[in-house]
Design a protein around this ligand. Structure first.
Ligand code: SF4
Length: 485
């Protein structure tokens, strides 16, 4: 049994001694930093859930790789049932944290690398798969958090990696030394990077012949020499630095995105899982993206649950919950949210075994799932804003609530349904604000649009996977149409 407690997890982060640039200053002691610690609490939740008797059946699984019980967040899916359980697990985390809990990216990267290294070895006789198995068995046994690092800065989008004015705009191998390689570049928007023990670096797009230096996949510790971190801002993030927690909206949990610089980082050979095999780069990107598009069918539905719950509660607090148009709006929110979840379950239930033995999601349905996610949370946010009322954007601060002069006026004039306390009403409004316009909207809205690729990327995949010719042939057969006319 290798499961860590959340306390041991936070302690393990502390011992990494990572440093980051945050709001213009270089910071250490990140586990104590007000902007960072809520995001660590979200990841810590995934550790607690694996030890909780009520949820351990969902969060724990026997790993055939290390022959031990592990946290499902590092599992190589062995069946469609495993894929379904993953989606259920993410939904559970979503509703309980109402934010991004970050740990899924490494899980998705591992499953994609596992099957792709197998395929690559078959073609080229390389030994990437065995290397990766050794590495991942260690990750599972140590119950680690892994950052899956895919997104390069990409520079001028009309140019290939080698055509950029600065070739580092796509992460690349700059040197081959005895015993390993040296990589240079950056990965943007890294979810949970500073809450991770290790990084799985992957190419950002399909690499072509002649671009071998950019076709690299490897693992590096977050504390490796040459790595720098620059913390990403979130809307209203400095509310976390204020004395009163009420205005934060989500008082316990939060997300994290980090710009990560690789300034000539040495990677030993045993941690390299692709080095120049350009014809497998696209496959790796596609598989990873599909897993993460499936993930959204769980996590975004879970955060949607929190938004729906808050919206229904504020309707009661406002005394409008019996109005038919309010009930209808909440039903619409539920319908949209369950559609997202249905896609997550569907692409899991129709997943297939890869030649390597782990299970891959149905790529068509995973892309349909994510394309819905680029739209539905925005509509949920619009409906929540509608139901909550204008106070959502104009409410006085928690500091004024505690002011001896302003406070009593706020308490007098913000009374709505007398069954509910004014401060509780303010808490619910702040949570909704957090999700539709504050720090939580980074994960719930902007990330829903761009995380795991923007909508156009899903449209391309849907067009590719949909087997349109079969549909045309079916119609031709039915109508006895031969040839092209
Ligand atoms: Fe996990 Fe969702 Fe965050 Fe991606 S956005 S890391 S799937 S919680």
């Amino acid at each position: 049994m290798t499961l860590k407690s959340s306390k041991e997890y936070i302690e393990s982060l502390r011992s990494l001694n990572l440093e980051a640039h945050i709001m213009g200053k270089k910071r250490d002691s990140l586990t104590e930093h007000e902007l960072v610690s809520p995001s660590q609490a979200s990841v810590a939740f995934t550790y607690d859930a694996a030890l909780d008797p009520e949820t351990k059946d969902l969060f724990c699984v026997e790993s055939p790789l290390c022959n031990d019980v592990i946290n499902r967040f590092s599992h190589l899916h062995q069946s469609a049932e495993d894929l379904i359980k993953k989606v259920k697990m993410l939904r559970y985390c979503g509703i309980n944290t109402a934010c991004c809990f970050q740990r899924c990216v490494g899980l998705d990267a591992a499953n994609a690398i596992y099957s792709t290294t197998y395929d690559c070895d078959k073609k080229y006789g390389t030994d990437y798969h065995e290397r990766f198995k050794d590495y991942w068995a260690w990750v599972q046994k140590s119950d680690l958090v892994i950052d899956g690092a895919m997104t390069d800065p990409k520079g001028d989008r009309s140019k290939r990696p080698g055509e950029q004015l600065d070739p580092d705009l796509f992460l690349r191998v700059t040197e081959r030394r005895q015993g390993g390689i040296v990589i240079r570049g950056a990965k943007l928007h890294q979810t949970g990077m500073l809450n991770s023990h290790e990084i799985l670096v992957m190419p950002t797009l399909t690499i072509r012949p002649g671009e071998e230096a950019w076709s690299v996949c490897c693992a590096v510790p977050t504390g490796a020499e040459g790595i720098r971190y620059i913390y990403g801002r979130q809307a209203s993030d400095t509310r976390k630095l204020e004395e009163h927690r009420l205005d934060v909206g989500n008082p316990v949990f939060g997300g994290q995105e980090v710009m990560t610089i690789f300034d000539d980082v040495f990677v030993p050979t045993e941690r390299v899982f692709m080095d120049g095999e350009v014809d497998f780069s696209g496959l790796l990107v596609e598989r990873f993206a599909s897993y993460h598009r499936q993930s959204y069918g769980g996590c975004k539905a879970g955060v949607g649950d929190a938004l729906i719950g808050a919206t229904a509660l504020i309707a009661r607090m406002n005394g409008v919950d019996k109005a038919s148009h309010i009930k209808d709006k909440i039903v619409e929110m539920i319908h949209l949210n369950e559609t997202i979840y249905s896609c997550g379950i569907a692409c899991s239930a129709t997943g297939q075994a890869t030649p390597a033995g782990n299970f891959q999601v149905n790529m068509l349905l995973a892309n349909v799932c994510k394309l819905n996610v680029t739209r539905f949370p925005y509509e949920l946010a619009r409906l929540a804003t509608d139901v909550a009322g204008g106070l959502l954007g104009t409410m006085p601060s928690a500091a004024d609530l505690n002011d001896p002069v302003a406070g009593p006026y706020i308490k007098k004039y913000l009374v709505a349904n007398p069954e509910y306390d004014v401060v509780d009403r303010m808490k619910v409004l702040r949570l909704i604000e957090n999700l539709v316009a504050g720090a939580g909207a980074v994960a719930y809205l902007i990330e829903s649009m761009h995380g795991a690729g923007p909508p156009t990327a899903q449209r391309i995949m849907i067009g590719r996977q949909a087997r349109l010719e079969e549909k045309i042939d079916g119609v031709k057969r039915m109508l006895s149409i031969d040839g092209k006319n």
